[in-house]
Design a protein around this ligand. Structure first.
Ligand SMILES: *[C@@H]1O[C@H](CO)[C@@H](O)[C@H](O)[C@H]1NC(C)=O
Ligand SMILES: *[C@@H]1O[C@H](CO)[C@@H](O)[C@H](O)[C@H]1NC(C)=O
Ligand SMILES: *[C@@H]1O[C@H](CO)[C@@H](O)[C@H](O)[C@H]1NC(C)=O
Length: 795
């Protein structure tokens, strides 16, 4: 049963009453008809025959027709039947919109007579429209933190239908945050409101999607939906939070500037500026600010200054992150500086003793030093050493102190200086090394006596030197140094206290040069021996000595001296020569000696003058004077011969001797044979002269004496055998009288038997045998003398 069907019935009756009173033409009551909208075209509405009150045949005749007020032909009157039919589908919403009831007024017109009948067509609503939201996407922005209970008006939905077919109810998709509340508007319409049930959290759910459904009252109801997007607006309700409460990082010292230390990061759940973070240090020391910097946006912490483990081993850096709403989060960076072996060991010499005296006892402390390495662990652990092969030891002492001590006594004369390189190496990677050089000098101790370059020196000097002549040098060296090596030379006291050494030689104390103080005479002194000393200036002083032998070299300073025949005697010798003597008869023999030695004493003879040249000849090498031819009666009886004796020196010196010869008649009395010579049959009839020659080993003085003695004997023998007479000077030869050597060697002599074989005129002196032989070991010297005498003149 539709509610609308009852109401128009009542209204029709009221209207009918009113209309009929109004006029005569427009009669009676107003007809009322009703139709649902959207009813099919041609649908039957009503039959008007009865309402008109005439027959149906009348309708066509009277041209009955329907005229709506707006002249639109909504209905058609079938004149045959009187049925009112729907001429077109009616849309209530188009015809009346929201006006209710929707009434279309019309007249049914009849002609002949003209009659009007008022009528109304009530168009009934059907639920042919769904509720519609104008905006299908409803955006609601709600700040988080909004208090529960707050309501938010929603747009209402539209439904073209009216009445209960219009929007009757709203629903909301189930959700924990909102419920829907329906409010009545002033026009009596309902509109929806969102009421918040609990806090929104943008960080959990930044946006909610709800479905708002509008329902009409149709049966069945129609619905329309809209999406409600609840956008939760951020408030700064979250502080930034670092991902770690503590960042522990290890950074090697010596990391380059601008190295990345760590990158910190914080998050903020808020959005927009509330979530925009800025990193910074928080309450940090100036040191940290100098050393590190943090990038406000990236959170990277970089080195601003070089780290030095030796200064600071760790840093505690408080950092914060601040969002745009001034909320902050905190964290800490723990920076541990990692040691790098960047410090070489150091050596500090605390004391150094140099020079150190040689011969010191071992373990003498030379140097004290300390070592240090500022690195840690192995980087700071050290090994200390010196070179091998040095007589020094390194000893660790207190803490990091070392002492350098001697290993054994040092000898300055072996080595005066030691360059010691102290090497300290740490055990880091890479190993770092430091070296320190010290020079230790060894000071001298007087432990070496001066040493002569030779144990004995033999110096040669020619005799007759000028006084103060430099005759040679001795030299001694001392291996010590300084005063300990300063040598002073001196003459040592002679072993023979009578030797006047100090008057003969002197020595330069500084350089060891030896000087002859006076002229030396070879003939007086052939050799001189003494000792010299060398003393250093150490304390106590050390000394040594050497032997010096000075051999005087002979000079030709003695002329030959004629022993026979004697010249200065009161009765000169006269040689007797028988006129019957055959050529080569030995008349005489000139005997001469020379005080010099060697070649200076080699003598040669030559006939300088003769009374009768050609009668006599002199043998150059032995001084024998012999007849050169047979003598005759015509030859004068007396002859005088001058014989020159010359030595072999340079220049040569000479002496001359005069011989007197007397030619006598008859044969000469032969020399008496000596028993020893007579015993030898080969030596028959010789003029034999015994000569006893003493050859002194050192001094020729004795030889002279002996030769003088021999000459005297020879002369006496000749005088005894002839009529002539000779004399021998007594005493010593002038100038050769003093034995200056004082060596006592004069007693060492040789005696020879010398035979002058003058009887046949061809004989010569002959050494027969030594008479006494005291020193057989000097036979070499004796042989030389023999040769000189025997072989003279044949060179
Ligand atoms: C609206 O719809 C809800 C859910 O279907 C219902 O509980 C409520 O009673 C309805 N309100 C009206 C006025 O019809
Ligand atoms: C020690 O070093 C010094 C200076 O370098 C040098 O003159 C000297 O010859 C060195 N001595 C030795 C024994 O190496
Ligand atoms: C130390 O001496 C050594 C060897 O003579 C040399 O090579 C080195 O350069 C020296 N060191 C110093 C620091 O003088």
């Amino acid at each position: 049963m539709e509610p609308g069907e009852g109401i128009p019935q009542q209204i029709r009756q009221v209207l009918l009453f009113f209309v009929c009173l109004g006029g005569s033409l427009v009669c009676s009551e107003t007809w009322r008809y009703s139709v649902a909208e959207e009813t099919e075209t041609g649908s039957f509405i009503a039959n008007v025959v009865k309402d008109i009150g005439s027959g149906v045949e009348d309708l066509a005749a009277r041209n009955a027709r329907v005229i709506f007020d707006d002249y639109k032909p909504y209905l058609w009157l079938d004149p045959q039947t009187g049925n009112l039919l729907l001429n077109e589908q009616l849309d209530r919403e188009a015809l009346c919109d929201l006006t209710e009831p929707c009434i279309l007024y019309f007249q049914v017109l009849l002609e002949n007579p003209l009659q009007f009948f008022r009528a109304e067509l009530w168009v009934r609503d059907i639920n042919d429209h769904t509720p519609t939201f104008l905006d299908k996407d409803i955006l609601v922005k709600i700040p988080e933190g909004t208090a529960p209970g707050t309501s938010f008006q929603m747009q209402s939905a539209q439904d073209l239908d009216v009445g209960k077919n219009g929007v009757q109810n709203y629903t909301l998709s189930p959700n924990p945050h909102f419920h829907l509340k329906l409010e009545d508007s002033d026009e009596g319409r309902k509109y929806p409101e969102l009421v918040m049930d609990q806090f929104l959290d943008r960080e959990k759910e930044p946006e909610l999607r709800l479905t708002l459904t509008a329902l009409d009252g149709g049966s069945p109801p129609k619905s329309g939906t809209a999406v409600v997007r609840v956008l939760v607006l951020d408030i700064n309700d979250n502080a930034p939070e670092f991902e770690r409460p503590v960042y522990k990082v290890q950074v090697p010292e010596n990391s380059p500037l601008d190295s990345l230390v760590v990158k910190v990061s914080a998050t903020d759940l808020d959005a927009g500026i509330n979530g925009e973070l800025s990193y910074s240090f928080s309450h940090v020391s100036r040191d940290i600010r100098k050393t590190f910097e943090i990038h406000p946006n990236s959170g990277e912490v970089h080195l601003k200054a070089l780290l030095d483990f030796e200064l600071i081993q760790s840093y505690v850096i408080n950092i914060q992150a601040i969002d745009g709403g001034s909320l902050s989060g905190k964290s800490t960076i723990l920076v541990q500086v990692v040691d790098v072996n960047d410090n070489p060991p150091e050596i500090v010499i605390a004391s150094l003793t140099s020079p150190i005296p040689e011969n010191s006892t071992p373990e003498m402390v030379v140097a004290v030093f300390s070592v240090r390495d500022q690195d840690s662990d192995d980087n700071g652990r050290m090994v200390c050493s010196i070179q091998d092969n040095l007589p020094f030891l390194l000893k660790p002492t207190y803490k990091n102190f070392y002492t350098l001590v001697t290993e054994r006594p040092l000898d300055r004369e072996t080595r005066t200086e030691y360059n010691i390189t102290i090497t300290v190496t740490d055990l880091g990677t890479p190993r770092l090394k430091t070296q320190h050089n010290i020079t230790v000098l060894v000071s001298d101790v007087n432990d070496n006596a001066p040493a002569f370059t030779q144990t004995s020196y033999t110096l040669f000097v020619r005799e007759n030197n000028s006084p103060a002549l430099h005759i040679g040098s001795v030299s001694a060296t001392d291996r010590d140094a300084g005063a300990n090596a300063q040598v002073t030379y001196s003459l040592l006291p002679p072993q023979d206290p009578h030797l006047p050494l100090a008057s003969l030689v002197s020595i330069n104390a500084d350089n060891g040069q030896l000087f002859a103080l006076r002229a030396l005479d070879y003939e007086a002194l052939q050799a001189l021996e003494f000792r010299v000393g060398a003393t250093d200036r150490g304390s106590p002083a050390l000394s040594s000595q050497a032997l010096v032998r000075v051999l005087v070299l002979d000079a030709n300073d003695n002329s030959p001296f004629v022993l026979y025949p004697l010249q200065n005697g009161s009765a000169p010798c006269t040689e007797l020569v028988p006129r019957a003597a055959e050529p080569g008869y030995l008349v005489s023999k000139v005997v001469a000696v020379d005080g010099d030695s060697g070649q200076n004493a080699w003598l040669s003879y030559q006939l300088l003058k003769a009374t009768e040249p050609g009668l006599f000849g002199v043998w150059a090498h032995n001084g024998e004077v012999r007849t050169a031819r047979l003598l005759s009666e015509r030859d004068a009886a007396k002859h005088r011969l001058v014989v020159l004796v010359k030595d072999n020196g340079e220049p040569p010196l000479s002496a001359s001797v005069t011989l007197h010869v007397l030619l006598v008649d008859g044969f000469s009395q032969p020399y008496l044979p000596l028993p020893e010579a007579a015993a030898d049959p080969a030596q028959a009839d010789p003029l034999t002269v015994y000569l006893v020659i003493a050859l002194a080993s050192v001094s020729s003085l004795f030889l002279f004496s002996v030769l003088a003695f021999v000459a005297a004997r020879l002369c006496r023998r000749v005088r005894a055998a002839s009529l002539g007479g000779c004399s021998v000077p007594e005493g010593h030869f002038p100038g050769h009288l003093v034995d200056v050597s004082g060596t006592g060697t004069l007693s060492q002599s040789y005696q020879y038997e010398v035979c002058l074989m003058g009887g046949s005129g061809t004989n010569e002196f002959k050494f027969l045998k030594p008479v006494i032989s005291n020193l057989p070991q000097l036979s070499t010297e004796r042989e030389q003398s023999h040769t000189f005498l025997n072989g003279f003149g044949f060179n």
